[in-house]
Design a protein around this ligand. Structure first.
Ligand SMILES: [Zn+2]
Length: 128
């Protein structure tokens, strides 16, 4: 189990990077109308989630890395398990990328904000 206080905890569970208590997103990943919505600040410690205007445009680089990892994983899995024709690789990769897009988008934002905000145990139990 991933413990509180590690960046991985905040990244995987989409928790506030400073207190690991508040949620980074307001709804579930597959709520198609609201899956990108984030509260302005943490409900627990008050950390602002939009550090500067267009802050999350930098998360595209993280998203790119996640997509490359995904494409590689799908390719290797298909190659090892079925060795299908090339069209199958392309179609399967696109379908998988579309299906998990909300997850990769949210994960990339979560990873990106953790580059800039560190865990601070003083905010663990304190309510602001
Ligand atoms: Zn917080």
């Amino acid at each position: 189990m991933i413990g509180k206080g590690t960046r991985l905890y905040s990244m995987i569970l989409h928790k506030c990077p400073r207190c690991h208590e508040g949620d980074l997103f307001t709804s579930g990943a597959y709520n198609m109308k609201r899956f990108t919505e984030m509260p302005e600040k943490c409900s627990h410690c008050g950390q602002r989630f939009m550090l500067e205007p267009y802050f999350y445009s930098g998360a595209m680089y993280v998203s790119y890395a996640l997509q490359v990892a995904l494409f590689t994983t799908v390719y290797v899995a298909l190659r090892v398990l079925f060795n299908p024709p090339m069209e199958t690789y392309m179609i399967t990769t696109m379908v998988v990328a579309l299906l998990i897009f909300p997850i990769t988008m949210r994960l990339s934002r979560s990873i990106y904000i953790n580059f800039f905000v560190s865990y601070d145990k003083r905010f663990r139990q304190k309510q602001v």
